[in-house]
Design a binder for this molecule. Structure first.
Ligand SMILES: [Zn+2]
Length: 282
C-alpha cells in the first residue's frame, strides 16, 4: 500500500457545505434556495435570538433540521472568544449550547466563532485555551474566517475550520469552476485527497446588496454533481471522524469500523467500503 485517502459516502471524492450566521429572517429564504438545489447548510444562532419576535421561530429551525440542515451555535452574546478571559468564553459557549439544545430538543455540537473570533487575542485569551475549553464543552468543531483559498482541504484542526470563501469573494465563481472541473481520481497519485468547498456568510447580505441571484449562481454551480456529497458541517465532521477512527492492522490489510456508519476509502486507486461493525480484509 502506498496511498490511502478518505472518500465521502458512496465513494464520492468531493463535498460541499455552507455556514451562515446570525439567525436572521432571510435564513428562511436561503434554506428554501438550498432545498431547491438539494444543498445542505449549517445555520449558526445566538441563544438570545431563540424564540424572539423577528427571528425564525423554533418550529422553523426544527423544520430546517428535518430537511437535513444543521443548527449550530454562535454564542450567547455574539462575543469574540479571542477577546474574553477563559471563564467568560466558557460562559459564552455553554449558555448558548444549553439554551439552543433545550429549544431544539437535541444535542448541538457545532460552533461558528462570532465577531472577530480567534482573529485577535485580548484580555489574556489564547487559542490553546480556547481550543481546550471548546473541547471540554464537547464542541466538535468551530468555524473560523479569513482563510480564503482554493486548496479545498479538509481541516486538520476542527476548532480552526477555515471555509473556502465568503460568498462576496470576487473570485468565488472561478473557484467553483476549478472545484467542479477537478477529477480527484485523476490528480497526481499523491494528491488524491478528498476535496471540500465551504461557503460562509450572512443571508441578510443578499438583502442588503439586493443580489439574491448571486446565491442562485453559486448554488447552480455547486449542485447536481455526481462526485459530490452535499452535507452540513457536522455531517462532514462526523464522517471524517469516523474515517479517522478506523482501526487498521499493522500490514494495512485488515480494517475494522467501530462507528455506526459505513466508511469509504481509496487505496492505490481502488475503492473500498467498510460497513459499521465490520472487519474488512483488503
Ligand atoms: Zn455573527
Amino acid at each position: 500500500m502506498k496511498y490511502k485517502f478518505m472518500r465521502f459516502p458512496e465513494g464520492k471524492t468531493k463535498a460541499v457545505t455552507f455556514s451562515y450566521d446570525d439567525n436572521g429572517m432571510s435564513d428562511i429564504r436561503m434554506r428554501e434556495v438550498f432545498d431547491k438545489y438539494g444543498l445542505k447548510g449549517t445555520f449558526n444562532v445566538m441563544s438570545y435570538s431563540i424564540g424572539v419576535e423577528g427571528r425564525p421561530s423554533t418550529d422553523n429551525l426544527k423544520e430546517a433540521i428535518a430537511n437535513g440542515h444543521e443548527i449550530a451555535l454562535h454564542g450567547a452574546h455574539h462575543a469574540a472568544l479571542g477577546n474574553l478571559r477563559p471563564i467568560d468564553g466558557i460562559k459564552e459557549v455553554l449558555e448558548c449550547r444549553q439554551v439552543v439544545e433545550n429549544a431544539l430538543g437535541r444535542i448541538v455540537r457545532g460552533y461558528a466563532y462570532s465577531d472577530s473570533g480567534i482573529g485577535k487575542m485580548l484580555n489574556g485569551a489564547s487559542y490553546s485555551d480556547i481550543k481546550q475549553y471548546l473541547s471540554d464543552l464537547d464542541i466538535a468543531y468551530a468555524r473560523a474566517i479569513s482563510g480564503d483559498n482554493d486548496r479545498f482541504l479538509i481541516p486538520s484542526d476542527w476548532h480552526a475550520w477555515m471555509p473556502t470563501a465568503h460568498h462576496t469573494n470576487p473570485g468565488i465563481m472561478k473557484m467553483i469552476e476549478k472545484f467542479v472541473s477537478m477529477d480527484v481520481n485523476k490528480c497526481y497519485c499523491g494528491e488524491r485527497q478528498p476535496r471540500l468547498f465551504f461557503v460562509w456568510g450572512h443571508s441578510f447580505e443578499f438583502d442588503n446588496n439586493n443580489n439574491w441571484e448571486l446565491l442562485d449562481e453559486i448554488c447552480e454551480g455547486l449542485s447536481g454533481h455526481e462526485d459530490t456529497w452535499y452535507a452540513s458541517n457536522i455531517d462532514i465532521y462526523d464522517y471524517a471522524t469516523a474515517y479517522d477512527r478506523l482501526v487498521w492492522s499493522v500490514d494495512n490489510k485488515r480494517v475494522y469500523n467501530p462507528s455506526l456508519m459505513p466508511v469509504w476509502f481509496d487505496v492505490d486507486g481502488k475503492l473500498y467500503c467498510v460497513k459499521s461493525g465490520e472487519t474488512l480484509e483488503l
